[in-house]
Design a protein around this ligand. Sequence first.
Ligand code: SF4
Ligand code: SF4
Length: 319
Amino acid sequence: MLTSDFIQAAAHAAGFDACGVAPLAKLPEDVLRSFCEWLQHGHHAGMRYMERHLQKRADPRLLLKGGARTAVVALVSYKPLRRQPPHLPQVSCYAYGQDYHEALKQKLRNLLAALQAEHPALQGRPFVDTAPLQERYLAVEAGLGWLGKNGMLTGKELGSYTFIGTLLLSDEVKGNAQPQKNRCGSCTRCMDACPTKAILDNGRVNSRRCLSYRTIERYANPLQDGEESEESMVKDEKTGVPSYIFGCDICQEVCPWNRRAKVVAHAEMQMLPQLLTLTAEDWLAMSDDDFEKIFGQSPIRRATLQGMKENVRATIRLP
Ligand code: SF4
Ligand code: SF4
């Protein structure tokens, strides 16, 4: 029988920084109810794909043919070694390097292959952001941290700057982890610092207000006609907050668990050198060819060049 010790060792060998294992069951009713309320209030903004496959979301065992019994949740840290100069238009640090989806999925495939080498009948399926799966809930169940008030998976060692990959397995595993206690306590720094007051209760975020939706997802998943976002972009001169043109790190940056989190310098997460120098004017003058050349392998391409220019115009007042 597979053991969680064996899986964790194989996950570290595959390049993950942390790994936990949880048995799969239906989502608890309160977790599902909280998600459905969030949808009913329209807090998912234009991301209508979140409304689909609710049955699978409610029971992740259905995501593997023949039934999944175990979730292996594995993390890769992206806490950066250095930051962009603060006077430049800011990009969320998860997007400093290459697109993480494929890199993480490949690590999960390698992990599955290592497990199958010992257990040839084992079936598995990797997921990175793409399935109707409550990944952060499963990460908490797998003992990797707790759900912070800003909705991020937060852990003692790695903080919240982590990508989450999930491998669903057909077999049961011996030695599952114990969930950690929530260590937010009375802290409300993330809620206080959010410039658009997007953080609700219960680790939920109103995407219509959140800059991550406003600067990225709205280009891929726009609101429908007649639907309005609830807040305009942040003007840095007025509020003194960094002017983000792709995503937003503010509620993570203030989290004490990120201050003390260790940095793991993964090569593919290192900052593209252009992000050290690109000014607002450079962004506005960028050609399609240059955008493709610089950001062809970057998460930034999700917002499109046109979207990035719109973000720059919305955040920076040019002379
Ligand atoms: S990412 Fe930015 S806008 Fe969104 S909840 Fe956090 S601080 Fe608020
Ligand atoms: S800033 Fe405070 S409340 Fe927010 S996630 Fe971090 S510890 Fe929790």
